[in-house]
Write a protein that binds this ligand. Structure first.
Ligand code: HEM
Length: 410
């Protein structure tokens, strides 16, 4: 019997890799029913079909959002951010930020990330069992983001907390307002349909006001000074850009780091191999990204009828691109279920691929993961699980909320 990909309790137990493999084999683009009031969706599970749909933005539009939610026009207008736009609007917004996130611009942060990572490991790597997510993974990405965006150090704990409540808006352990369980109508105009979306906007507005009064050399100042077709960005644009940057730049990278350590607990020979040959750091970073796939999917909406993977899609249909499945597609990756720190080529889908929405922060994320792996390799001989990892209740994020480990230093 087919697995229900919207059953979040199933995702708590693990990613349904076997089910995705069956779907890729039998019906790579298949229709999946969904509970009311939602209307059902196409699951795109094969690598090539995912890339094709990502590339064809005229047919597969982002303008109705990228999650399972089916927002009204009013909700969409209030919450639309760069990721929910199509060209040409998307191109204009993206242009404001591409310089900040280019490979060259990001390389400038290398020293800062090196120092930060060392400091976090000095404090976080305990002698007994500890939670790697809380002690290490959670601490790095938000501080890098703070540096790039210009977020005040004093509020970082609050950003982490609000980001957790938003991205895990389906997990009752992490938020008291649970999407799909509670009545969220009162918050429908805020990110993730959550009251914490409003709190994040409010924090953002304070900082934006300060930057308007006295711009600095940071991304937020760039955003408040930007002009699109001669106009400044609206308050709605600024609110939503602020929240997507904080959420997309923080949680995802943390997830990749935590899954890296989980993978090295499970495949200690791969850790030994990486330690013995630091020349593998680049391929190991890409393999960690493929393996961890922090964002399981992005959704598109068909703007016109289309054929994809043998399926006939109608205008208006919801189309879910399962990157987490494409990353294990045997037609693209040899032995896809093997974690191999030397894997090359590795054209994984974890940042998207082929389309204009390709992750803006990919170079930042790579830098952070690579530096974390290198720093751990200098300090840790062996990782072992000290208890079961706990997964976030979500089909969107591959987040771990707890990863109890013991490290052998050396
Ligand atoms: C391991 C870490 C990360 C992963 C796995 C990840 C994943 C993704 C994915 C899957 C997309 C959508 C791609 C598409 O549909 O074509 C995306 C978009 C985006 N990401 Fe990331 N991301 C990560 C880190 C970051 C960081 C560090 C930042 C910012 C500092 C960031 C900012 C963004 C933004 C702004 C977008 C929207 C881009 C657009 O619509 O043009 N991400 N990311």
């Amino acid at each position: 019997m087919a697995v229900d990909l919207t059953d979040l309790d199933m995702w708590v137990r693990g990613v349904p890799y076997a089910e995705f493999a069956r779907m890729r084999r039998e019906q790579p683009v298949s229709w999946c029913a969904e509970a009311q009031p939602n209307s059902g969706f196409w699951s795109v599970t094969g690598y090539e079909d995912i890339v094709t749909a990502s590339r064809d933005v005229a047919t597969f539009s982002s303008s109705r959002g990228v999650s399972f939610e089916e927002p009204t026009d009013e909700e969409m207008a209030a919450r639309r951010t760069i990721i929910d736009t199509d060209p040409p609007e998307h191109t204009k917004l993206r242009k404001i930020m591409t310089g900040t996130f280019s490979q060259r611009a990001v390389a400038v942060y290398q020293q800062f990330v090196d120092g930060l990572t060392e400091q976090v490991l000095d404090e976080g790597l305990a002698d007994g069992p500890f939670d790697f997510v809380d002690a290490v993974a959670k601490e790095v990405p938000i501080r890098v983001l703070a540096r790039i965006m210009g977020l005040p150090e004093s509020n970082l704990g609050q950003f982490i907390d609000l980001g957790d409540r938003l991205i895990a808006n389906t997990d009752p352990d992490l938020t008291d307002v649970v999407w799909g369980r509670d009545d969220t109508d009162a918050y429908r105009l805020y990110p993730f349909r959550s009251p914490y979306g409003k709190q994040l906007w409010d924090l953002g507005r304070e900082i934006v006001r300060e930057r308007l009064a006295a711009p600095r050399d940071d991304l937020l100042s760039k955003l408040v000074l930007a002009r699109v077709d001669g106009d400044a960005l609206s308050e709605v644009d600024l609110d939503n850009l602020f929240s997507i940057l904080v959420i997309a730049g923080n949680e995802t990278t943390r997830i990749a780091m935590a899954h890296a350590v989980l993978a090295f607990c499970e495949y200690p020979e791969q850790w030994n191999r990486l330690r013995a040959d630091p020349g593998l750091l680049d391929t190991a970073t890409e393999e960690v990204l493929r393996w961890s796939c922090p964002t399981h999917f992005m959704r598109r909406t068909a703007a016109a009828g289309a054929e994809l993977g043998g399926a006939t899609i109608r205008a208006g249909d919801k189309v879910v691109l399962w990157y987490v499945s494409g990353n294990r597609d045997e037609s693209e990756f040899s032995d896809p279920d093997v974690f191999d720190v030397g894997r090359a080529p590795n054209r994984h889908l974890s940042f998207g691929r082929g389309g204009p929405h390709l992750c803006l922060g990919a170079h930042v994320a790579r830098l952070e993961v690579r530096i974390m792996l290198a720093a751990l390799a200098r300090r840790v001989a062996r990782f072992e699980l000290a208890g079961p990892p706990r997964r976030i209740r979500s089909n969107f994020t591959n987040g771990l909320k707890e990863l109890p480990v013991i490290v052998t230093k050396g």
